[in-house]
Write a protein that binds this ligand. Structure first.
Ligand code: UD1
Ligand code: CA
Length: 462
């Protein structure tokens, strides 16, 4: 098997997407589109992966900083896809074997298809193999012009005659090239075309004229080679990815009531018999157990959810853990490092941050719990607030097992409510509460008899 080198083109500005952000960094299913391309490239286990950057090169490089082992070449100025490949000559000139050329804006390509392209290329010994697709709407793509059975050249939309524009076989922008003689051929590309650019697809005609073999391989599913040039195409491609993920989940036993409005990132896992209602977003490294029910409007990011958990409507949950049989929401906000243990309940308008809510404990209404460790079987009454921040430092609140916190309590941290203690409603807890004690801080209630009547009389006088 000859060596395989991958080149990914990502230097273009992407004018049509009209963005300050480089096009290849726009996200598809939660990841920059180029990250999808690189994942497919890695599946080939190539000897090298070279990324051609140019427009906002530093931004692209730093976005890919976690992607190890990439070689970058800078194409400046960006004179077209042929010119882009030429900039990799310094990296590849002493290599032999095959170059797989990928576009940073074609994110749906499957590793399986790339392997087939490679096999096809090697089996024919061609100088170039072009991955093509037959589509109903070829607009915007380069067209494959054949003479007889064989590919003769590729013509870009803008340079095509009305007759050529009717061709429905398109160039995916993905190719396999033999490295032998490749750069000499690339140097022969001219820029006499509508965009005055050096078009990589012109290699086809150049190789043919030189009597070298050019092959094509046509993908079975044209969706795979969709390129993203505009926001509308970004949305379409995202929808395809989403649909595929949803289909996979449903095949694995997850109920998705309305796949069209359910947004699950590729990286998310969900066990069987979980039900997703419409309008749910599950993002990043989220895992969800079996038999859960996630209601509309929930957004869950980088979180671990156990089995039989209920998430009611409109909860936002980030970097948190929720154990089996817990119930959250509606309208709860779990900020990073919230740790809700089994059978615990977080009710409406409750916010948690860096807080453990122990087994079978409840915070049902209108509460803020931050930097707190709450034991088991604790009842946190409505309107309880941990005053965790004094303007300078964050301090801890500890509520031990079985404690009962009355409504409208403020816990001024650092403070501990010991095991089984009670805190009366409306208490401002500034000192630790001993085990089994009752803490109250409000003064004795005073009733002013007939106040209402007296008030009315005094109003009448004025
Ligand atoms: C390209 C092909 C077209 C094909 C289509 C498939 C050319 C001339 N045309 O058109 O035949 O049907 O892809 O999606 O190649 N880039 C650089 N440097 C440059 C120009 C572009 O690195 O100087 C990169 C872009 O960042 C992008 C890729 O090359 O990732 C393709 O460029 P783009 O301008 O999107 O080409 P298309 O017009 O889509
Ligand atoms: Ca493109």
């Amino acid at each position: 098997m000859p060596d395989v080198h991958v080149v990914v083109l990502a230097a273009g500005q992407g004018t049509r997407i009209k963005s300050a952000r480089p096009k290849v960094l726009h996200r598809v299913a939660g990841r920059p589109m180029i990250a999808h391309v690189l994942a497919a490239a890695r599946a080939l286990q190539p000897r090298s992966i070279t990324v051609v950057v140019g427009h906002r090169a530093d931004v692209v490089k730093s976005a890919l900083s976690e992607s190890a082992g990439l070689i970058y070449v800078v194409q400046e100025p960006q004179l077209g896809t042929g010119h882009a490949l030429l900039t990799t000559e310094a990296v590849l000139k002493d290599s032999t074997g095959t170059v797989i050329l990928l576009s940073g804006d074609v994110p749906l390509l499957r590793p399986k298809t790339l392997k087939e392209l490679l096999d096809c290329h090697h089996s024919t010994g061609a100088a170039a193999t072009v991955l093509t697709a037959v589509v109903d709407a070829p607009h915007g793509y380069g067209r494959i012009v054949r003479s007889g059975e064989r590919i003769a050249r590729i013509v870009e939309e803008r340079d095509a005659t009305p007759e050529e524009r009717k061709i429905r076989e398109i160039n995916s922008g993905i190719y396999a090239f033999a490295l032998d003689g490749l750069f000499d051929a690339v140097r022969a590309i001219a820029s006499e075309n509508a965009q005055h650019e050096y078009y990589l697809p012109d290699l086809v005609a150049i190789f043919r004229q030189a009597g070298r073999r050019v092959e094509t391989m046509t993908v079975a599913n044209p969706d795979e080679i969709r390129g993203i040039n505009s926001r509308a195409e970004l949305a379409e491609v995202s929808r395809i990815v989403r649909q595929e993920k949803n289909n996979e989940l449903m095949a694995a036993g997850v109920t998705i009531e309305d796949p069209a409005t359910t947004y699950v990132d590729d990286s998310v896992t969900i066990a069987a018999d979980t039900i997703l209602h419409p309008g749910v977003s599950l993002e990043g490294r989220t895992t969800i157990g079996a038999g859960c029910e996630i209601h509309s409007g929930a957004r869950i990011v980088d979180s671990r959810i156990g089995d039989h958990v209920t998430i009611l409507n409109h909860c936002v949950i980030t970097s948190s853990t929720i154990a089996n049989n817990a119930s959250i929401g509606p309208f709860a906000h779990l900020r990073p490092e919230s740790d809700v243990r089994d059978h615990a309940k977080v009710g409406n308008f409750v916010e948690l941050k860096r807080t453990v809510l122990g087994s079978r404990s409840k915070a049902n209404h209108l509460t803020y719990l931050g930097d707190a460790t709450i034991g088991q079987n604790v009842n946190v009454g409505a309107g309880t607030i941990t005053c965790n921040y004094d303007g300078v430092t964050k301090s801890q609140t500890v509520i031990e097992d079985g404690a009962f916190i009355g409504s409208d309590t403020q816990l001024v941290a650092p403070v501990t409510v010991k095991q089984g203690a009670y805190v009366g409603s409306g208490t401002t807890v500034r000192e630790d509460v001993p085990a089994g004690a009752l803490a109250v801080s409000a003064g004795k209630q005073r009733n002013i008899e007939q106040w209402v009547e007296l008030k009315k009389k005094s109003r009448g006088k004025s």
